[in-house]
Each structure stands twice: as structure tokens, then as C-alpha cells.
Write a protein that binds this ligand. Structure first.
Ligand SMILES: [Zn+2]
Ligand SMILES: [Zn+2]
Length: 261
């Protein structure tokens, strides 16, 4: 992760903490060491629960101060150490995420349940160019995943990138969003707790014992959501680019939603 500009570093910290709208950001220049330090201030109701965890191995910050309904994340730049990296179980494939996710889905569809052997999957969506391949740990150079064509709910199939050795699934591409968007399996991150789902999708088929938190950032959807509506609410340059791609693909294919499976 390039930490050159303060902007990138703040973006990075926010992504790491799944915070989208800080109340304020304070930069302090330490004249003695000429090092900049940064504190991020946000409403205390929005503190990610893992920050409050007593499990020290999950503590990512050097200080969290609660005051008058606000939380002050002190010296937040410490969080940049190590980067947002992930990989497969045998560590043959390693990757680094270079930006914050476009959105984080928790998918409760029966296809994801079957493919993961679990109750749901959590996918963080990234532009493919922001998923940087790193050197694997067993061989020289960057190792590439194998692409496995797999049936999907829409009938159009998905392309799952898997480690060629241990076969763990790292990310998927769906036809609607195309190869430009990777649905990264959040469970393959070294710190999978950093991304909290924004949207719960296919809630219609959620297993009965899973309770969806009431404060899901974007919402809970019985099936897939209308991408134009949900992304359009908080559109930035990156999302706009993806939406444009989806629109043109949809026009060519005749109306199927772009980011759905
Ligand atoms: Zn592997
Ligand atoms: Zn699914």
C-alpha cells in the first residue's frame, strides 16, 4: 500500500475500519520528530465493535477516547502497518487491497451457502486493478489463481479465482459487472473482521438462526438490490465508472442487473 499522501493514508485507515463518514480528521505535526500523526473523530454510535473488543490481538488502534458522544481514534496512522493483505490457506496466492471497497455484501443466497458450506458469504467489491497480486510464499514471483467457471443463480455463471494448489476461493467475477470488478471473499483477508457488511442480500433465504444487525449501512434486501438506486445514493468517481460499465453491458445484454450473481 502506498502511504505517500495523507489522503491515501486516511482513506486506507477508514477502509480498514469500515468507516465511511468521519465527523472530522485532525492532523498534528510533531515538531520534535517531524512526524505527522492523525486522529479520526466519529460519532461514538458508529464505533466498529471489534475496536471495543477485549481481545488484544484484534486491537488495531493505539487509543480510542470516548467523549461527549464522539469517539477519538488517536494516532490512527499506526493502522497502516502490514497493509490489507490476504490469501489462500496454503499461502501460494497472496494479494493486497489498495483501496476501500466499493461496497460490502453479505449474501444469504442458497448458492453461496452451498459454495461456502456456511450460512452466508461476505464479498467486498473492488476494482480489479486495486487487488494487487503479491509474491506467494512457496515459489519465486507472483502466482496466479486458476479460474473455475461455476454455475450461478442468474444462470449466467460466475468465474471463481482459486488457488491452484489448495483450491481455496479468493474472488469471483460475475458477467454483469464483468472482469473489472472482483468480489473478494472477505474471509481470505488476514484480518477478515475489518469489513462489516453494508448490504445484506437474498435475505429471503437466510438461515433462521442468523440475525441481521439492525444498523446495516445500506440495507437488507429480499433478493438483489437495484444497483442504480443503492450506489446512486452515495456515488463517487469509482462507483460512477463501474455503473457506466454496468449500464453499457446491460444495454448490450437486455436488462439484467449488473452486480448480481
Ligand atoms: Zn493455496
Ligand atoms: Zn449469494
Amino acid at each position: 500500500m502506498s502511504t505517500g499522501s495523507p489522503f491515501n493514508r486516511v482513506e486506507y485507515v477508514l477502509a480498514r475500519l469500515s468507516l465511511t463518514s468521519p465527523h472530522d480528521i485532525l492532523w498534528v505535526n510533531n515538531t520534535r520528530t517531524s512526524q505527522e500523526s492523525c486522529s479520526i473523530i466519529f460519532p461514538s454510535g458508529r464505533i466498529p465493535t471489534f475496536l471495543l473488543s477485549s481481545d488484544q490481538s484484534h486491537t488495531l488502534v493505539s487509543g480510542l477516547l470516548l467523549l461527549n458522544g464522539f469517539a477519538f481514534l488517536l494516532d490512527a496512522m499506526n493502522i497502516q502497518d502490514g497493509g490489507l493483505e490476504g490469501g489462500c490457506t496454503c499461502r501460494y496466492i497472496r494479494y493486497r487491497l489498495a483501496s476501500k471497497p466499493l461496497i460490502v455484501h453479505c449474501c444469504h443466497c442458497t448458492w453461496c451457502q452451498r459454495e461456502t458450506g456456511s450460512a452466508f458469504v461476505i464479498n467486498a467489491l473492488f476494482p480489479a486493478s486495486d487487488v494487487i497480486h503479491l509474491n506467494g510464499e512457496h515459489e519465486e514471483g507472483k502466482q496466479e489463481p486458476v479460474i473455475v467457471n461455476t454455475p450461478s443463480l442468474s444462470g449466467k455463471g460466475q468465474r471463481i479465482a482459486r488457488c491452484p494448489k489448495c483450491h481455496v476461493a479468493l474472488w469471483s467475477n460475475y458477467p454483469g459487472a464483468g472482469s473489472a470488478i472482483r468480489f473478494v471473499r472477505v474471509g481470505t483477508l488476514d484480518s477478515p473482521h475489518v469489513f462489516v457488511p453494508d448490504a445484506h442480500i437474498y435475505a429471503r433465504t437466510k438461515v433462521p438462526w442468523v440475525e441481521i444487525p439492525k444498523d446495516a449501512e445500506v440495507g437488507v434486501f429480499e433478493e438483489f438490490y437495484d444497483t442504480e438506486m443503492v450506489w446512486g445514493k452515495d456515488v463517487d468517481e469509482r462507483r460512477f465508472k463501474v455503473l457506466e460499465g454496468i449500464r453499457s453491458r446491460r444495454a448490450a445484454a437486455g436488462g439484467v442487473d449488473g452486480t448480481s450473481g
